[in-house]
Design a protein around this ligand. Structure first.
Ligand code: HEM
Length: 404
């Protein structure tokens, strides 16, 4: 594609018609300009090196020195989980949560993930033609995150509803209509009220779950306040659920649309890990991240001042031809072998690097590996896919497939 002059590129990638395939838009933008001033007043970064540099620069923060965040000016700091906080609070809270949410805990979830995958696939294969989101990609991460936190089975359905609203609410607040902002605030409130009760129960009778572990952290001194604990629980639910639904659903879709790669997976042992890495690069569940300048900063040849907001288009960075060879091609061997491709940005970088990478990878590996092996005739049932309105946590509403 020829490069267009920056002023000729109109970026309305937030519009419905681009949701199904935003990549040609990202490409046009990336090739035309490293940074695009969006009419709402923030700059979009499109290229890999600029996005990676911003993610690793502490002065590209969540809010400016006065606590102002242009993306969510209405949200009060006390309602923010550590994903949206800067050091020193971010460092303290992330450290505490990391102590409870350990690699050992994640490894211990393997049997539950395998059992859930097997049961869901048994049921779906019996039916033959299913919505893969409803029957597989959605219930798996919901079961896993709820079990990990310690939410009883009979309450899992509540979380699906809240999380869908919160996923929409993950979009920059300045782009959301008032009714979505209200729904987001209500879902947060409901989620916190739920966890308040659950925490009280686990304090009285601790169990082997993350809520009990986090409640114990709080009890030992004043390190984690009650409201920080509640914000953390709601964030873990939200961060760990819709993202993984999207990875499994988009991963399956990408494989069905690239039958040569699907066939290659079926005949290549031990490729699941590398395939998932490539699927993360190719279809990132989190399309963008936002940052705010603390002080004067240079990026992509532009000078920013305190309080300026930038949107890092992670999904565009992952398709940057300066970094990835043949970037629009799905190549499940890209991360295999002695010289793997550079790291994608789907889990971000720097101090906010995703805390749930091990869990997300484990779930996707087990789920997709079982699916491709147990459904040898896996096929897309329709090309007409409708996408949710979400900008950041992008996914289709349903994924109709033939499994037999
Ligand atoms: C495919 C699945 C996932 C993807 C693509 C993903 C992506 C991301 C990204 C891009 C960020 C950084 C956002 C930013 O810097 O603005 C992030 C942060 C985070 N993620 Fe994930 N995530 C996934 C799954 C999970 C899971 C399963 C959990 C936990 C159960 C989780 C927990 C977190 C937490 C706690 C943070 C905040 C880290 C911090 O601010 O220090 N994520 N994730």
């Amino acid at each position: 594609m020829d490069s267009a002059a920056p002023e000729q590129v109109v970026f309305d990638g937030f519009a419905q018609e681009h949701r199904a395939d935003p990549y040609p838009r990202y490409r046009a933008l990336r090739e035309a300009t490293p940074l695009y001033r969006h009419p709402v007043g923030v700059h979009l970064m499109t290229r890999y090196h600029d996005c990676a540099a911003a993610l690793q620069e502490p002065k590209w923060a969540r809010a400016d020195e006065n606590g102002f965040n242009p993306f969510a000016p209405e949200v009060k700091r006390e309602h923010l989980p550590f994903l949206w906080l800067d050091p020193p609070d971010h460092t303290r809270l992330r450290g505490l949560v990391s102590k409870a949410f350990t690699p050992r805990m994640v490894a211990g979830l393997r049997p539950l993930i395998q059992k859930t995958v097997d049961e869901l696939l048994d049921a779906a294969l019996k039916v033959g033609e299913v919505d893969l989101i409803e029957s597989f990609a959605y219930p798996l991460p919901l079961t896993v995150i709820c079990d990990m936190l310690g939410v009883p089975r009979e309450d899992h359905h509540l979380f699906g509803g809240w999380s869908t609203v919160l996923a929409r609410g993950a979009d920059p607040g300045l782009l959301l209509p008032p009714e979505d902002l209200t729904a987001r605030a209500r879902a947060m409130q409901d989620g916190k009220a739920y966890f308040q009760d659950l925490i009280a129960q686990r304090r009285a009778q601790p169990r082997d779950d993350l809520v009990s572990a986090l409640a114990a952290v709080e009890e030992h001194g004043d390190l984690l306040s009650e409201s920080e604990l509640l914000n953390t629980c709601v964030m873990l639910l939200n961060a760990g659920f819709e993202t993984t639904v999207s990875l499994i659903a988009h991963g399956t879709l990408a494989l069905m649309r690239n039958p040569d790669q699907l066939a290659l997976w079926r005949v290549t042992p031990d490729i699941a890990r590398y395939t998932v890495e490539e699927l993360l690069r190719y279809e990132p569940p989190v399309q963008l991240a936002t940052r705010v300048a603390q002080g004067r900063l240079e990026l992509a040849g532009h000078t920013f001042t305190s309080g300026d907001g930038i949107v890092l288009l992670l999904a565009s960075a992952n398709r940057d031809g300066e970094v990835f060879e043949d970037p629009d091609r799905l190549d499940i061997t890209r991360y295999a072998g002695p010289t793997p491709a550079p790291a994608h940005l789907s889990f971000a970088k720097g101090i906010h690097f995703c805390l749930g990478t091990a869990l997300a990878r484990l779930e996707a590996e087990i789920a997709l590996d079982a699916l491709v092996r147990r459904a040898p005739r896996l096929e897309l049932a329709t090309e007409q896919l409708t996408y949710l309105e979400n900008l950041s946590l992008r996914r289709m509403q349903a994924l109709p497939v033939h499994l037999r």
